[in-house]
Design a protein around this ligand. Structure first.
Ligand code: 5RP
Length: 215
């Protein structure tokens, strides 16, 4: 699937225009995008990054990383996903960067999601749903998620997010109402963010292949 990821990322570079500040996600697919973005280094105004990992790679290519508070709304955000349904609703957070990813997606006019074909599903939930939690609320949130959804939350032990928080991965979900579940889980005290991107789905999905498919 690595070639499919590279092809999706290459296609997404067509959405980059001169003078833009580009929102940049996190993950192996985005790594190809960042490497390609290096060719546009002198034509873009910079990037807003969703993780320390992406920031390091952007800077290594000489791309300036800007603070979202200073940039205002962004014209473009490019990021990967763990699952994508036919309505361009996503599960994200396999790389534990979901909170900053969600912030940048919200701030962006156009969200271009780059995936390989294995990420396409009819119903979200086969990939365990990541939920970022304040550490002291881990058990409370896990109990509430079990009660509300019947899914099985598993602590991603040893992983600390860039925000200093922890991740619960919720297994055995079949998410028939992603907007409703996103809203419901967001209300549990201690939840920082939920890896469901349904209220604000992708605008464009690029599925890597020969040729890439643009949905
Ligand atoms: C990181 C993410 C990634 O976009 C998602 O995990 C996909 O990663 P990859 O491109 O490596 O398959 O949400 O938090």
């Amino acid at each position: 699937m690595t070639e499919a990821k590279r092809l999706a990322a290459e296609k997404a570079l067509e959405y980059v225009a001169d003078g833009m500040i580009v929102g940049v996600g996190t993950g192996s697919t985005v790594t190809y995008f960042i490497d390609g973005l290096a060719r546009f280094r002198d034509r873009i105004a910079g990037a807003v990054s969703s993780s320390e990992q992406s920031t390091q790679r952007l800077r290594a290519h000489g791309i300036e990383v800007l603070d979202l508070n200073a940039t205002g709304p962004l014209p473009l955000y490019v990021d990967g996903a763990d699952e994508c349904d036919p309505h361009k609703r996503l599960i994200k957070g396999g790389g534990a960067a979901l909170t900053r990813e969600k912030i940048i997606a919200e701030a962006s006019e156009r969200f271009v999601c780059i995936i390989d074909p294995s990420k396409r599903v009819d119903v979200l939930g086969r990939f365990p749903l990541p939920v970022e939690v304040i550490p002291m609320a881990r058990s409370l949130v896990a109990r509430e998620i079990l009660r509300l959804t019947g899914g099985q939350p598993v602590w991603r032990d040893g992983v600390v997010t860039d925000n200093g928080n922890w991740i619960l991965d919720v297994h055995h979900l079949a998410i028939t109402d992603p907007v409703g579940m996103e809203r419901e889980l967001n209300q549990i005290p201690g939840v920082v963010s939920v890896g469901l991107f349904a209220r604000r789905p992708a605008d464009v999905v690029i599925v890597g292949g020969e040729p890439p498919q643009v949905l």
